[in-house]
Design a protein around this ligand. Structure first.
Ligand SMILES: *[C@@H]1O[C@H](CO)[C@@H](O)[C@H](O)[C@H]1NC(C)=O
Ligand SMILES: *[C@@H]1O[C@H](CO)[C@@H](O)[C@H](O)[C@H]1NC(C)=O
Ligand SMILES: *[C@@H]1O[C@H](CO)[C@@H](O)[C@H](O)[C@H]1NC(C)=O
Ligand SMILES: *[C@@H]1O[C@H](CO)[C@@H](O)[C@H](O)[C@H]1NC(C)=O
Ligand SMILES: *[C@@H]1O[C@H](CO)[C@@H](O)[C@H](O)[C@H]1NC(C)=O
Length: 482
């Protein structure tokens, strides 16, 4: 699985910067460029992780950080899905950062429990629709298209190099346990990066305490997720038995193609399966199976099986916004708007788009972003981490389809870890989030493996259930924050 099939792009709306290579070639870049706010509460910069490959990072120091915490104050490094989506944009402004997409304070920000670091990666996704462009992710860029990484382990090596530099650039990092928290496709990356960081730390090459790795609704096992769609959708009446039988056959085909290493065909069959489910489930799986569609139609119904009407609504918005125009940015807007509107609970009239703010006010603020950047909308490592005694947390939204909870339970059951049998036999604890008294989730822990079931959440847990997500990250990081 060196190169992820591009249709995994469907795992997340994507934010990609294009056209950088040719524009930036020739410009000499220092190995490390760091800037920040005068009070040091925010730092950001570039680290040249390989010659001509520049990773962008953004650090936020928590205002809640006590000067002498009772236990070490944690740092969370957020790893976005995609592949190729940018944590700096999406995770930060739509999920856990201090400001929302309208640049208003987010009261559920994870900054209350930990310092936060977001990164943009340099991952080659090369979807056919974008093949003409060298593609970096977010504000990260390469000066030569050939320098884009293509495997999870290369990305992990780049990010480990980044962290080696950040130990010097971010003064708090040396004494702060680092938690890698991933969402969606980012889970593959967190697992490999976790193993890479653990190796470097054990070898004395990196002065960082790896506090743990958390995998949220993560695309760890394509086979298990694919096989989960039918039972899940049958149980919630989105498929009937006839369609279920057909979908099961299609999922078995995907499984066989994965087993034989025929990944291109597996991807095609997976797309066929999603298309079939879509027509037979009343559009629980969206039409978004390739990049051009991704840019024009909402894909959000794939992320929460209680959703269904969003696609139609977003299509209408796209039409209203001139959806037939070839301008990808304009087409991207309705999708991003749709989701952020739902997230922010407003009527959409004042909602900014991620592309808009990342190219506008945020770029202004950061200053060091090359002007030419544009934003358009776009596993065994876990066994190794468990064997090192690193805390591994899996959390999953109950309503997610694409990275379903039953799929996550299925891959967890295949872990090669000697505590697994005991883990699976233990009862779960229920979780509440005051002031509400209802059960919001469950957790099971044994030794260094932890699994959170988050009720009422789809693919984007911090967005759908901000209260329990915040409390969960406090527990995972053992934050001294009250
Ligand atoms: C955070 O925002 C939510 C939704 O707007 C609101 O219900 C909640 O009371 C707010 N919490 C705090 C601490 O302000
Ligand atoms: C890690 O920290 C120790 C003590 O501060 C220092 O002696 C050592 O050189 C550091 N290692 C690296 C790779 O920076
Ligand atoms: C991959 O599967 C297709 C049919 O789905 C088959 O024609 C092809 O020979 C397979 N390739 C390999 C390398 O197994
Ligand atoms: C991708 O979507 C576009 C727009 O709906 C469609 O025209 C095109 O045929 C699709 N391509 C593939 C490979 O399915
Ligand atoms: C793992 O997390 C638990 C709390 O869930 C904590 O008590 C323990 O010290 C952590 N272990 C490591 C190695 O960080």
């Amino acid at each position: 699985m060196d190169r992820p099939p591009y249709s995994l792009l469907a795992l997340l709306p994507l934010l990609v910067c294009v056209g950088l290579g040719s524009l930036l070639s020739g410009s000499a870049a220092a190995a490390t460029v760091t800037a920040g706010t005068p009070d040091g509460s925010e730092l950001w910069g570039y680290v040249e992780v390989r010659p001509k490959a520049h990773l962008f990072w953004w650090y936020y120091k928590s205002p809640q950080r006590p000067s002498t915490p009772s236990t070490p104050w944690p740092t969370v490094l957020w790893l976005q899905g995609g592949p190729g989506a940018s944590g700096v944009g999406f995770g930060n402004f739509l999920e856990i950062g201090p400001l929302d997409v309208n640049l208003q304070p987010r009261n559920s920000t994870w900054l209350q429990k930990a310092d936060l670091i977001f990164v943009c990666r340099s991952f080659s996704v090369s979807p056919p629709a974008a093949q003409d462009n060298p593609v970096g992710v977010g504000y990260s860029y390469v000066e030569d298209d050939s320098l884009l990484v293509t495997t999870d382990w290369q990305q992990a090596a780049d990010a480990t190099t980044l962290l080696k530099a950040l130990v010097d650039e971010v003064p708090t990092l040396r004494s702060s346990p680092l938690f890698l928290v991933a969402e969606s496709y980012g889970g593959k990356y967190a697992a490999t990066l976790g193993a890479s960081v653990a190796r470097a730390a054990r070898a004395g090459e990196l002065n960082i305490t790896l506090g743990g790795v958390a995998l949220g609704d993560s695309w760890i096992s394509p086979e298990d997720f694919t096989l989960s769609y039918t039972p899940l959708l049958l149980s919630v009446s989105r498929l009937d038995d006839n369609a279920g039988d057909e979908a099961t056959k299609m999922a078995e085909t995907v499984k066989d193609q994965i087993a034989s290493g025929n990944f291109t065909d597996a991807e095609g069959s997976w797309n066929d399966l999603l298309g079939f489910i879509r027509t037979r489930s009343g559009h629980v799986v969206s039409a978004v199976l390739n990049l051009s569609r991704l840019l024009s139609v909402s894909s959000q119904d794939m992320y929460n099986f209680l959703d269904g009407s969003l696609a139609d609504e977003a299509t209408a918005n796209a039409a209203a916004a001139g959806g037939s125009s070839p301008n990808a940015g304009a087409k991207a807007k309705p999708m991003m708007e749709e989701y952020s509107r739902r997230l922010s609970g407003n009527d959409g009239s004042e909602t900014n788009t991620i592309g808009g703010i990342m190219n506008g006010v945020i770029k202004e603020k950061l200053k060091i972003i090359p002007k030419d950047l544009e934003w358009v909308v776009l596993n065994q490592a876990i066994d190794e981490l468990l064997s090192y005694g690193v805390n591994v947390t899996v959390y999953n939204g109950q309503l997610d389809i694409i990275c379903s909870t039953i799929g996550a339970e299925a891959w967890v059951q295949k872990l090669k870890w000697d505590g697994l049998k005991t883990f699976l036999s233990l009862p779960r604890q229920s979780l509440q989030c005051s002031p509400s008294i209802g059960t919001k989730g469950f957790v099971r822990s044994y030794k260094n493996l932890h699994f959170y079931w988050i009720l009422g959440a789809g693919h984007y847990v911090p967005v759908d259930q901000p209260c329990i997500a915040l409390s969960m990250i406090g527990s995972i990081t053992q934050s001294p924050a009250s």
